[in-house]
Ligand binder design. Structure first.
Ligand code: HEC
Ligand code: HEC
Length: 244
């Protein structure tokens, strides 16, 4: 039994199946190539590719904590996780005690130095140059401890150890308030000016905080500071206490 082409129906079906299978394989290959599926394997990822992948987090949007006051977990989750989360490019993977054991054995000083200055494919500060040295050290402690170490995280304001308001206040003053209050810009009570601050604080610090939170003439709400009320209060107290 055969048709005009001289092929049995069974043969035609085999040919058709062959064509369909061939098409599916070809499409799959094209899709793989188009999405770069052959290049993203962690093992063969180049330094450049890793860096490119990191770009968006490199400029650290590391949580809401003010600069300098992010704890180890916050820094890890904003920056270090992009490599250490999965052990990318040969980095010791978070929580992997076997991978971290030999690293921890190098000691705190070597590890923090490598994290700060870079080490082979490990970029300095994980590529986030705006992290403070202490923030990087906190992240080293956080990752190290998750891998079996007993490091002490350098203390911060925020989620970790209870913050020393004087330290927190000073930091915020130096990053935000100093822009106007150091020189007394636009009539701002100047840092260290006893008379000016005595006049302002007559109403009590709670009232002063209320006014400054809302903003007053050229003083923007909270002085433009985005952190918590407690931190803002610490900055006020820092200025007031240093102007007595
Ligand atoms: C771009 C990827 C990448 C990022 C982001 C990254 N690391 Fe690494 N890190 C590595 C790699 C790769 C190694 C392993 C280097 C080696 O041993 O050759 C490493 C190793 C380390 C080590 C061990 C160093 C040693 O002496 O053995 C520490 C500590 C470390 N990183 C801390 C950090 C901290 C803290 C952050 C975040 C602030 C961070 N890393 C972000 C890739 C990264
Ligand atoms: C853009 C400039 C600017 C910045 C930044 C700024 N301030 Fe002010 N601040 C002023 C000015 C101007 C005044 C005086 C406003 C007035 O009396 O007209 C003032 C007043 C104050 C007062 C007195 C409010 C009162 O009750 O009279 C406090 C407290 C204060 N600022 C706290 C802060 C703190 C804390 C920061 C940082 C987190 C900060 N400011 C950042 C400009 C600034």
């Amino acid at each position: 039994m055969s048709n005009e082409n001289g092929m049995a129906p069974g043969q035609i079906i085999k040919v058709l199946i062959g064509v369909v299978v061939g098409l599916v394989v070809a499409i799959w290959l094209l899709a793989k190539l188009a999405t770069g599926g052959y290049n993203v394997d962690a093992e063969v990822m180049t330094k450049e590719a890793v860096a490119a992948r990191l770009k968006p987090v490199g400029e650290s949007k590391a949580s809401d904590a003010p600069p300098g006051m992010r704890n180890g977990e916050q820094v890890f989750k904003a920056i270090c996780i992009s490599c250490h989360g999965q052990g990318l490019a040969g980095s010791p993977k978070f929580g992997d005690a076997a991978a971290w054991g030999p690293r921890i054995a190098k000691g705190w000083d070597t590890l923090t130095q490598h994290a700060l200055q870079g080490f082979n494919a490990m970029p300095a500060k994980g590529g986030a140059a705006d992290l403070t040295d202490d923030e990087v050290k906190r992240a080293v402690a956080y990752m190290g401890n998750a891998g079996g170490a007993k490091f002490t995280e350098p203390p911060v304001g925020g989620a970790g150890a209870p913050a020393d308001p004087a330290v927190v206040g000073k930091k915020i003053y130096e990053t935000v308030c100093t822009n106007c209050h150091a020189a007394g810009v636009a009539g701002a009570p100047k840092f260290g000016d006893k008379a000016a601050w005595a006049e302002r604080t007559k109403v009590g610090l709670d009232e002063v905080q209320k006014i400054a939170t809302k903003g007053l003439n050229a003083m923007p709400p909270k002085g433009g500071f985005a952190g918590s009320d407690a931190e803002f209060r610490a900055a006020i107290e820092y200025m007031v206490n240093n102007s007595k």
